[in-house]
Write a protein that binds this ligand. Structure first.
Ligand code: FAD
Length: 322
């Protein structure tokens, strides 16, 4: 029998995050021939986002508009999503494993006293069981879990589960739901973003990352150029961040962001275990390092032993010629 699965859509800088569509694809596996219900929260004009959820596979979408939901607060969003869950009684609730997903889902799961499986990279149906796969021990192993509870929460790691193809001919019921929000304990007055190029590292398909080998802030310029011609984002090791070559918002690794792009180009990064924890599941890894013994070559699909200041500009020139 099919299940009812609720997908919480997430808006970031005027568009739905791609991981919300990946969450719909995950929900499809969970739902079988059941129903996928999307929910979108915000202050106003949410119909366009709801339609996008429908084009990517949601069977029904509920919009919750309230000026108190203009920016995410754990307090406000949990109040309204809790109401939707009580009303709809879904079998599962899915959203992206993003900063908001990591904040909201444990709070809701604990309120409802149900299970949560976080950072899921794969969902399969094996002998009528739904099997979730997630990395453990900083990506060195994967565990598979079967859920037996009546209701479960799951967060999906971006860039791992492929979204369904967008189909504008899809039609579905989009309705508004009024939910009263009691006084919020937190009010966000302003958000000042500290990212250099605005691209979200966790969803980037191509990442050019620099380490201490980049040697200075200016040393990152060729990396930005390479990321530019490849349509990607720039990331960094903690070594580069600690040395003040770039902002900590770019840090990838155990204590930074976890990324799984299609292509990860590591420039002047030694490949410490804490860095690998954040990028070793990238689909293709290219390492550029002067030291042929550098640990990063152990996880790289392609290695270039050389000076990054010679190699990176050559790559930029070659890519521009294509
Ligand atoms: P280095 O180890 O100094 O490596 C620099 C590399 O650049 C060398 O391999 C060198 O051969 C190469 N190089 C130098 N010049 C050139 C050149 N011209 N061309 C090509 N190659 C060149 N680190 C993270 O990255 N992310 C984390 O989240 C993280 N969390 C941590 C958490 C804890 C609790 C601890 C203890 C550490 C953590 N670290 C983390 C730090 C980690 O252990 C390493 O110190 C760090 O990753 C090293 O950064 P790096 O590779 O840039 O520098």
């Amino acid at each position: 029998m099919g299940k009812k699965v609720l997908v919480i859509g997430e808006i970031r800088e005027g568009s739905l995050r791609h991981v919300s569509f990946e969450a719909i694809a995950a929900a499809k596996t969970l739902a079988g021939d059941g129903e996928i219900l999307g929910v979108i929260c915000g202050s106003t004009q949410l119909e366009a986002y709801a339609k996008e959820m429908v084009y990517y596979g949601a069977n029904r979408v509920q919009i919750i508009e309230n000026k108190k939901l203009k920016t995410y607060t754990s307090d406000g969003y949990s109040q309204v999503i809790l109401e939707v869950i009580k009303k709809e009684e879904p079998d599962a609730i899915v959203m992206g494993h993003t900063a908001i997903g990591k904040d909201l889902t444990p709070k809701l799961a604990s309120r409802l006293d149900v299970g949560l499986i976080s950072d899921v990279v794969e969902i399969d149906v094996i002998a009528d069981n739904i099997v979730f796969t997630r990395p453990i021990y900083s990506g060195k192993a994967f565990e598979k879990k079967i859920f037996v509870d009546d209701m479960i929460f799951a967060t999906i790691r971006p860039n791992n589960i492929e979204a369904l193809s967008r189909d504008e001919s899809q039609k579905a019921d989009i309705s508004k739901l009024d939910v009263e929000i009691t006084d919020l304990r937190t009010i966000i007055k302003d958000i000042v973003r500290k990212t250099s190029d605005g691209m979200d590292l966790s969803e980037a398909k191509v990442i050019v990352a620099g380490g201490r080998g980049v040697k200075s802030k200016e040393g990152f310029e060729p990396l930005y150029e390479l990321a530019g011609v490849l349509g990607g984002a720039v990331g960094a090791s903690r070594g580069a961040c600690d040395a003040d070559y770039c902002d900590y918002s770019l840090q990838i690794g155990q204590t930074g962001k976890v990324v799984t792009p299609d292509l990860y180009i590591a420039c002047g990064i030694s490949g410490a275990i804490q860095h690998l924890a954040g990028m070793s599941n990238s689909k293709v890894i290219v390492a550029i390092n002067k030291d042929p013994e550098a640990n990063i070559f152990k996880v790289a699909d392609y290695g270039i032993v050389g000076d990054l200041f010679e190699v990176v500009p050559k790559l930029v020139d070659e890519i521009k010629r294509i």
